[in-house]
Structure formats: C-alpha cells, structure tokens
Design a protein around this ligand. Structure first.
Ligand SMILES: Nc1ncnc2c1ncn2[C@@H]1O[C@H](COP(=O)(O)OP(=O)(O)OP(=O)(O)O)[C@@H](O)[C@H]1O
Length: 455
C-alpha cells in the first residue's frame, strides 16, 4: 500500500469516527453526555486512556490490513448499521440537493452489508431515468465509491451503494478447471462478485494504450482453456503487432496470424468453414452446440484497427473487412465468435463496430469515446470510462446482456508466467499453420516480371 493510499485510508477512518460521534450526539445525546462525563472523570488517567485507545486503533487497523476477511466479518455489520442510519438521516437533504425532492420521500433499507441497498417509491412525475441521471450526484452525497440505480418493480427505485473500492487493488486472473455454462469469469464486479462475460456474443474491448486490454483478453482465453484442451473450442489468434501478445500463449491457439496477409488467409478460411457449416445445418439445426467434431471457433484479435484501418495494403484491408463482416453478421448461430481489442473506437477506424453485440469499455480518452463504446444511456447512468484512473488498469464498465445499468468491473491480472503455464497445461491438440495470401497487385507484378523476362 502506498503512502498516499495509507493517508487516504487514515483520513476516511478519522472521518468515519467523527461522523459516528456526530450521529451519536444527534441520535443519543444522553448517552454521549454520560460517556463524556466518564471521560472527564477519568481524566486523571488520561495518558493510560489515550495509550489504550491508540493501541486499540493500531490493532484494529493492522487486523483490517492483514486479515480483511475476518475483520470485515465482525466490523462489517456494525459499519453497515451506522451507514444505514446516516443514509436515513441524510435522505431528505440528499434528494433535495440532487433535484429529486418529493413530499413523502419514504425510504426502506433493504440490506446494509456489504452494500447499502435502499428502496424508495417514485413520487408523481418522477422517473427511474431521473434517478439514473442523478446517480453520480447521489453517490457523492452519501460518500460512496460506487452507485447503482435500477427499477424495483413498477413503482420503486433501488439504489445500491458500495463504500469500499473492491476494485482498487489488483488481483490475479484465474484459470478454471472446466467451462461451466455459457460464460467465463473475467474478474470482479464493483461489489466483489464474479464478473462473468457471456461467450456467445461478439465482444469488443475498447481502451487506450495501457488500459489493460491484455488482462481482459487473457482472462477470457483462460476461461475457455479447459474446453480448448478438450477440443470443444478452437482459438484463432490475430496479432498484427508482430505476435507480441498472442504468441505468449501459442499453445492455446489452433492458428495464429501475425501479418496482414496471414490474417486475411485465416479470416477467409474461417468464412469458408462457416459457410460449409451453415449449409450442413440448413433446415436441421438453428443454433450450434460445441462438440469435438464441431467445435466453437473463437477468433481473438489483439488490435482490430491494425486489420481494418492501419494497413498500407488497401486490397488486403478490404478483404479483411469483408471476411470480418461475414463472421460478425452470420457467425453466432453456426458457432463462430469474434473477440477483439481496440484502442480507437471511431467508426472510420472500425466500420464494423455496430456488429459487435457485447462491449467492454476500459479507460478511454474522452466522453465521446465512452459514448461510442457503451452508448449514451450507459454514460449518463455513470459509465465514465474517460474518468478511470491510469492506476487501475483492467478496470472498465460493461452493460449487462440482460439490460440494466452499467456495471464497473476489473479483470484479473494475467502475468507472463501464468499465460505460459496455462498454454502448456491446456494446449490445444489441433494446430494449423496459415499460408499468407498474395494480394492481386503482387500477383500482377510477378506476372509482368515473368513476361518481361521472357521478352
Ligand atoms: N488487471 C490488471 N491488474 C493489474 N495490472 C494490470 C492489469 N491489467 C494490466 N495491468 C498492467 O497495466 C499495464 C498495461 O496493460 P496492457 O499491456 O494489458 O494494456 P493494453 O491496453 O493492452 O495496452 P496496449 O494497447 O498498449 O497494448 C501492464 O503493465 C500490465 O502489467
């Protein structure tokens, strides 16, 4: 823990005790007067009392840092009770300062710990969207680190507040023993629960350089690794940054393309497989079930723009675009899924952006980029990718597949050793090499050379 973090924690701890004292004085003034009177009477032994109190605080803090699990099991419910009381006291003022005041602002505390979950009834003229728009203001009123606003039935709104930032400290990526269900665990959500990413939809992970796209990519690949070893999933990697990222886990990939010409050959081969499978399935099967004979093909692309925008060879770029669009628009049902990472989400860089059905927004440059990736509603509801700090790589926002407000998430850290170990342990039994395509202009050049040699 850095010095600044320790100072921030100490400051928040002090604020907590001062607030608690203020609340107790408001709520139980008699008890506070008696306690102060006892302290005054015991003033003669003040040094002992101060030493005991100091020792108590040091022990409590060390316990919290060294054994957070057991500390919060004991302290959590007490802290939760206190926060619920503070929320009750501040509720009316908070609503008023956020422009959400109403005549009967009833409040129900649904749960106190580890999150404070509040429920209130919408007054006439109020909407869920109104609360969503004010989510950020409500969050700061309660001094929470995270907030989530969602409908609860038809007339109530549920506000969940988290005070500890569980995503603040990095944690290691995990490799499961088997793939369970149709999603893989990538990391943690804002409230400490698992962040599971559905496998089926085409996924676009957008984030500027150093935002931690690699962590999301490898956590996704790790989640699929057991099915890769069993041949129920085949991974195909495209890494036009010379293979620096994907070749680290080469053993997991059936094919890898590290040049534009290889990438086009690979994508066009996959389109052929897709079309063959679609013909086989026509009239019999409507959605693909992965088996060893008919595996799910997952195409993992490290920097999508290198394929669709930054190539000097226009013909190869056009062919890559066409093949990618076919995979994105027709691939889901016959079992071809694209997972791509990207630094610059502008439409002229990635024309096929709209064909991705699942977006992960990591740290981005400005609010317009956050809107491009997650949509206006998500940004209004608090998905501020452009405000994420550089100190928390791998952190971002996702919009749940089932709808609802955006969720703050963080991917587990994938070290080079873990990538290599996983690639060895779960290596695919099927590897293929792709022969790079030769663009038409090169072939024409060759033919012209041969013709001039013959003259
Ligand atoms: N989840 C994480 N937890 C802790 N550290 C992380 C996490 N993800 C990434 N990092 C660290 O952040 C740095 C940048 O990560 P990474 O290379 O994955 O970013 P990137 O978005 O892929 O960048 P680029 O586009 O430039 O390749 C690395 O030093 C990495 O160790």
């Amino acid at each position: 823990m850095t010095l600044s973090k320790t100072a921030a924690t100490a400051w928040s701890e002090t604020r907590f005790w001062v607030n608690l004292l203020a609340w107790l004085s408001k709520r139980h003034p008699g008890h506070v007067v008696v306690a102060l009177a006892l302290v005054w009477l015991a003033w003669g032994s003040a040094p002992t009392a101060i030493a005991v109190a100091g020792a108590f605080m040091v022990v409590a803090r060390s316990w919290m840092l060294l054994r957070p699990g057991s500390y919060w099991r004991l302290a959590g419910p007490i802290v939760g009770r206190y926060r619920a009381q503070i929320a009750r006291l501040e509720w009316v003022d908070a609503l008023a300062s956020c422009g959400l005041a109403n005549e009967r602002p009833a409040l129900r505390v649904v749960s106190r710990w580890p999150r404070l979950v509040l429920r209130t009834r919408l007054a006439g003229g109020q909407t869920i969207a109104g609360f969503e728009q004010q989510a950020e203001a409500l969050r700061s009123c309660f001094g929470a680190s995270q907030i989530r606003v969602e409908p609860d039935g038809t007339r109530d709104v549920r506000i969940s507040l988290a005070f500890e930032d569980v995503l603040g400290e990095p944690f290691a990526a995990t490799v499961p023993r088997r793939v369970r269900g149709a999603s893989v665990v990538i990391g943690r959500e804002w409230n400490g629960s698992d962040w599971a990413l559905p496998i089926g939809p085409h996924t676009l992970v957008a984030g500027c350089s150093g935002s931690g796209k690699g962590a999301v990519l490898w956590s996704f690949v790790f989640g699929l690794a057991p099915a890769v070893r069993d041949s129920r999933i085949q991974l195909h990697g495209i890494d036009l940054k010379g293979g620096m990222e994907i070749l680290m886990g080469r053993g997991l990939f059936t094919t890898v393309a590290t040049s534009q010409a290889e990438a086009v050959a690979l994508l066009e081969l996959l389109v052929q497989w897709l079309q063959r499978r679609t013909r086989q399935y026509a009239g019999h099967v409507r959605s693909h079930e992965p088996t060893t004979d008919d595996p799910l093909h997952v195409i993992v692309i490290d920097e999508l723009a290198a394929l669709t925008a930054y190539s000097i060879d226009r013909e190869l770029q056009r062919r890559a675009d066409v093949a990618l669009n076919i995979l994105l628009s027709q691939g889901r049902a016959p079992g071809f899924v694209v997972f791509a990472c990207l630094q610059d989400p502008r439409k002229d860089v990635v024309p096929a952006r709209g064909l991705f059905t699942q977006m992960v927004g990591l740290r981005l440059k400005d609010s317009s980029e956050s809107t491009m990736v997650l949509g206006e509603a998500a940004v209004q509801a608090g998905a501020h990718c452009h405000r994420l700090s550089v100190d928390v790589p791998g952190t971002g926002y996702v919009v749940p597949e089932a709808g609802g407000p955006p969720v703050k998430v963080r991917a587990g850290y994938a070290s080079d050793e873990l990538i290599r170990e996983t690639a060895t342990m779960f290596a695919t039994p099927t590897t293929l090499s792709v022969l790079p395509v030769r663009p038409e202009h090169q072939r024409r050049g060759r033919r012209a050379d041969r013709a001039s040699d013959n003259v």
